[in-house]
Design a protein around this ligand. Structure first.
Ligand code: FES
Length: 111
């Protein structure tokens, strides 16, 4: 039996996970952010090529307050109280230009 080859994929520069659960942001505002994130990534040309971003959602990130909450890897930078306006800054400044939006960060992985 021939050996199976591994799946092929273009690498991602970053991975963004958005909490779309209802405990950190009643009204499920995270869901709106998740949809808006797709639009912003497309607008900033971050869906394909070497800078591309993988977007994911989860029902909970274990914070459960001060949401919507999202995290960006590989930096391990966590953002709280993400509004549509802040999300736009995160996409442009962090995901596109590589500058973390420090004033909105509430947690970072240890370096
Ligand atoms: S419900 Fe969003 S962090 Fe738990």
């Amino acid at each position: 039996m021939p050996a199976q080859s591994n799946p092929q994929m273009e690498p991602y520069a970053r991975h963004v996970i958005v909490c779309t659960g209802g405990f950190c942001s009643p009204g499920h505002r995270g869901r709106e952010l998740y949809s808006l994130l797709a639009q912003l990534l497309q607008r900033e040309d971050l869906l394909f090529g070497p800078r591309r971003i993988k977007r994911g959602e989860t029902p909970c990130l274990g914070v459960c307050s001060d949401g919507p909450v999202m995290v960006v890897y590989p930096e391990g930078v966590w953002y709280a109280r993400v509004t549509p306006r802040l999300l736009e800054r995160i996409v442009v400044e962090h995901l596109r230009d590589g500058r973390v939006v420090d004033e909105a960060v509430f947690h970072r992985l240890d370096p």
